[in-house]
Design a protein around this ligand. Structure first.
Ligand SMILES: [Zn+2]
Ligand SMILES: [Zn+2]
Length: 398
């Protein structure tokens, strides 16, 4: 079977209108910078609901990342847009309840209540902990200062054991600190402005600094694995058996620098699951048996899938990417061909979703939603079908 590479980045985002801060929009994308530019009309391909001049420009308030596929991100996106009806949330746990409205013709329509910042973040928190998503290696990154405290305040109201989710506030570095590479400006100057009193820019510089491909890191990881697995006598660090029959196709290699731990996928999975949540089928993370560093399962699998994809396949994909399309975001950032692919993915992800975004309309002319989760699954199936087609196209060329 042809291995499918996990895209480097896929996220679900929450937009907020800078003109009307009560207007929100939830979407998903492999490239949040590009997507924001589309929503703001700086690039073609923005969603209809965000095109109203009375709401532009939009700002990206936060993103949820760590999805291993566009379908995974779409499922989360739909659930967050429709927390009142998604099957991912148990009825007893729902924070937002559907509103039944009767039309002039006497028909009943079910409307998702309009969510403010607090409800949106409460539902986000809830979704991160429901069984359908709790096992995913998701993290949240805030790009605006005012929503982060809302999130923190909400988290304090929750009791009981919860998954430790990586949540960061990643503020854009000031113009000055971005212009002068060194030395960094004094803290007092970076703090200038009423908004940055409490929080210093901690991350790589907000949305603009967001790294959506970790190719460099991945390349080094793949290179290390290839070097290690070139040794035909190499043994699994856990069961002491070799990899002779598959040439390392089931070997996972520790991603941490200076650690050369190699193990069978199965062996390490078993070890990780011992310390993971009970009844888990797939591990989310564990501790490397050799260097004892916490290691994300998705990093191991990403390297494995990248390494086992034949080189010729990569070259072919790069050549034909514009025409055939492939998993978005995996081939680096440069090149027009990839742009075309991105557009394809984005219009894909928007199709059929105009009607079911958060109720941002001020006029009250909210579009009715009658579909349940089936809308998302139908869409997901559609996407899966498409990628299968793409794959078979690729196969034919091979
Ligand atoms: Zn083993
Ligand atoms: Zn290690």
């Amino acid at each position: 079977m042809e291995p499918v590479e996990i895209p480097a980045f896929y996220c679900v985002y929450l937009l907020r209108s800078t003109i009307n801060p009560r207007a929100f929009y939830i979407g998903s994308t492999p490239d949040p910078r590009r997507r924001l530019a589309q929503h703001n009309g700086e690039r073609i391909g923005g969603a209809v609901r965000t095109s109203r001049p009375s709401l532009r420009p939009w700002e990206m308030t936060c993103i949820v990342s760590g999805f291993t596929s566009s379908v995974a991100a779409l499922q989360f996106e739909w659930a967050w847009q429709n927390p009142d009806r998604t099957s991912k949330i148990k009825d007893s746990q729902r924070i937002s309840k559907s509103i039944r409205k009767t039309t002039k013709l006497g028909r009943t329509k079910i409307v998702t209540p309009r969510m403010g910042a607090k409800a949106l973040l409460a539902n986000l928190h809830l979704l991160l902990h429901v069984p359908a998503f709790v096992r995913w290696p998701l993290s949240v990154r805030f790009f605006v200062e005012d929503l982060y405290p809302v999130w923190q305040a909400y988290c304090r109201t929750i009791s009981g054991p919860l998954k430790a989710i990586e949540v960061t506030l990643d503020l854009r570095k000031s113009e000055q600190s971005r212009r002068s590479p060194s030395p960094p400006p004094p803290l007092g100057r970076r703090r200038a402005g009423s908004h940055s009193k409490k929080y210093l820019p901690t991350g790589e510089g907000g949305l603009q600094g967001l790294e959506i491909t970790n190719d460099h890191y991945l390349d080094r990881h793949v290179q290390k694995s290839r070097d290690l697995l070139r040794d035909e006598d190499i043994k699994c660090g856990l069961c002491a058996q070799g990899f002779v029959h598959d040439g390392g196709a089931t070997a996972v290699v520790c991603p941490h620098a200076f650690c050369n731990h190699v193990a069978h996928l199965q062996c390490l999975s078993r070890v990780f699951l011992e310390t993971d949540v009970q009844y888990a089928v797939l591990p989310t993370e564990g501790v490397c048996p050799e260097c004892r560093k916490p290691t994300k399962w998705v990093d191991l699998v990403r390297e494995l899938s990248s390494r086992t994809r034949r080189k010729s396949e990569v070259v072919k994909t790069k050549k034909s990417i514009g025409a055939a399309g492939t998993v978005a975001g995996e081939e680096g950032e440069e090149g027009e061909a990839e742009d075309a692919d991105m557009e394809l993915m984005l219009s894909d992800s928007d199709a059929g979703f105009y009607e079911i975004i958060s109720q941002i309309s001020d006029s009250g002319s909210s579009l009715s939603v009658t579909d349940s989760d089936s809308a998302a699954s139908v869409h997901s199936l559609g996407s899966a079908g498409k990628s299968k087609k793409k794959k078979s196209k690729k196969n034919r060329r091979t």
